[in-house]
Design a protein around this ligand. Structure first.
Ligand SMILES: Cc1ncc(COP(=O)(O)O)c(C=O)c1O
Length: 391
């Protein structure tokens, strides 16, 4: 064998992204379940319900025909349906030519970062925040700039904090999510509009992750499209439409980026899975079913918001949307990873340690996802209460 062939394979430095710690919790939960223990799953951020019946029926019908590639930007009727959604929900007249269908919002981030930023560019994200933002940016050679937020601003990024980071070293972009993961908090339309204005005046590109739109309980979520034609919107069928495994989402891109994103998608993916696109278009007709589910999450939220303080966990904001609560557990531990492991082993409730979302302060927090059944929410607060009292 040639000497060169024996050289060890070393992964490229940029691929060295940290793991998602929630996976550790999931693996530990699976081991307990294999031993016959009943575990309540509040660690994974996904709905327990299936896609709308309209989507399932459309997918079944589509199987009668060949499942072929589609145009790289997506099936035209789906792009038109998504554009119509902005008119119906937000009163925004959107040209379907700006809509790009993607393989979940996850692919939307890659396309957005690649089309907007050069290697070395600095991109601000709120901390705590969804971990893959920073990991995808790092893998693409950009620098994620974590801006620490607090409960005082309901975990929202402020214009002042953004400008302070920009003055320290210029930012090329900023990414904001409302409703947010892990906190479930939302920015009122005025605050979102003001932040977009501040960013654009400073020449900072704005990306809005709107994946939890539709799951808004406190007030209707505003889209960045209401305030700017320059912002890049990322959305998905994963959460509101319960289609996580279908891997289907969309972007709304500024007009000058459409062809760029099309060329990237042609090369990276050819097109997004056709069956999922067909199902997604039909999902819009299943809104009544999804609205009923939203009310179900809202009831779970009430159970958690009222029940957790009685159980002993009373330091969290009663989140406005999504299906998460981000609770401060620093009264009980200095290490929320260890706290989550013990809660799983002893109370049989799985939750995600905050360190996944916030490398700095996350050791004080645990995230609960309440997208499961009502019984699960009820049982979880009872189990946590008994466990905390018995400690
Ligand atoms: C804030 C946020 N954005 C994006 C995603 C990615 O979702 P998907 O790729 O399924 O659309 C998630 C998944 O949990 C999320 O919480």
């Amino acid at each position: 064998m040639l000497e060169s062939r024996r050289r060890p394979i070393i992964p490229a430095a940029r691929s060295e992204v940290p793991p998602f710690m929630v996976m550790d919790v999931m693996a530990a939960a699976a081991r307990l379940e294999a031993a016959g223990v009943h575990v309540i799953h509040m660690e994974v951020g996904q709905p327990a319900a299936p896609a709308p019946a309209t989507a399932l029926a459309a997918a079944r019908a589509a199987l009668a025909n060949p499942i072929a590639y589609t145009e790289a930007l997506g099936i035209p009727s789906l792009r038109r349906r998504i554009a119509r959604h902005y008119g119906e929900r937000h009163g925004v007249d959107l040209d379907p030519a700006r809509v790009v269908v993607t393989t979940g919002s996850s692919a939307g981030f890659m396309l957005a970062f690649l089309s907007l930023f050069e290697p070395g560019d600095r991109v601000a994200i709120a901390c705590p925040g969804y971990p893959p933002y920073r990991h995808i940016l790092t893998a693409l050679g950009c620098e994620p700039v974590l801006i620490e937020t607090t409960q005082a601003t309901r975990w929202a990024l402020t214009g002042e904090a953004l400008l302070a980071a920009h003055r320290a070293r210029p930012l090329a972009g900023v990414l904001v999510a409302s409703p947010a993961n892990p906190t479930g908090t939302m920015m009122p339309g005025e605050a979102l509009g003001a932040l977009i204005g501040t960013a654009e005046e400073a020449g900072i590109r704005f990306i809005s992750d709107e994946i939890y739109h539709g799951l808004d309980y406190a007030f209707p979520a505003a889209t960045a499209l209401q305030f700017s034609e320059q912002a890049t919107i990322i959305n998905s069928f994963s959460k509101y439409f319960c289609m996580t495994g279908w891997r289907i989402g969309w972007m709304v891109v500024p007009e000058p980026l459409v062809r760029t994103v099309e060329r990237l998608q042609q090369n990276f993916a050819i097109s997004v899975p056709t069956l999922s696109q067909v199902a997604a278009e039909a999902a819009f007709e299943g809104r009544d079913e999804m609205e009923a589910l939203k009310h179900h999450y809202e009831e779970n939220r009430r159970i958690m918001v009222e029940g957790l303080p009685q159980a002993g966990l009373d330091r969290f904001l009663p989140a406005d949307g999504a299906f998460y609560l981000y609770a401060d557990v620093s009264r009980f531990t200095a290490d929320s990873h260890e706290f989550a492991q013990r809660m799983l082993a002893e109370a049989h409730v799985a939750a995600t340690p905050g360190i996944d979302f916030d490398p700095l302060e996350g050791k004080k927090f645990v995230r609960f996802c309440y997208a499961g059944s009502r019984d699960d929410a009820q049982m979880a607060v009872e189990r946590i209460g008994r466990w905390l009292k018995g400690r």
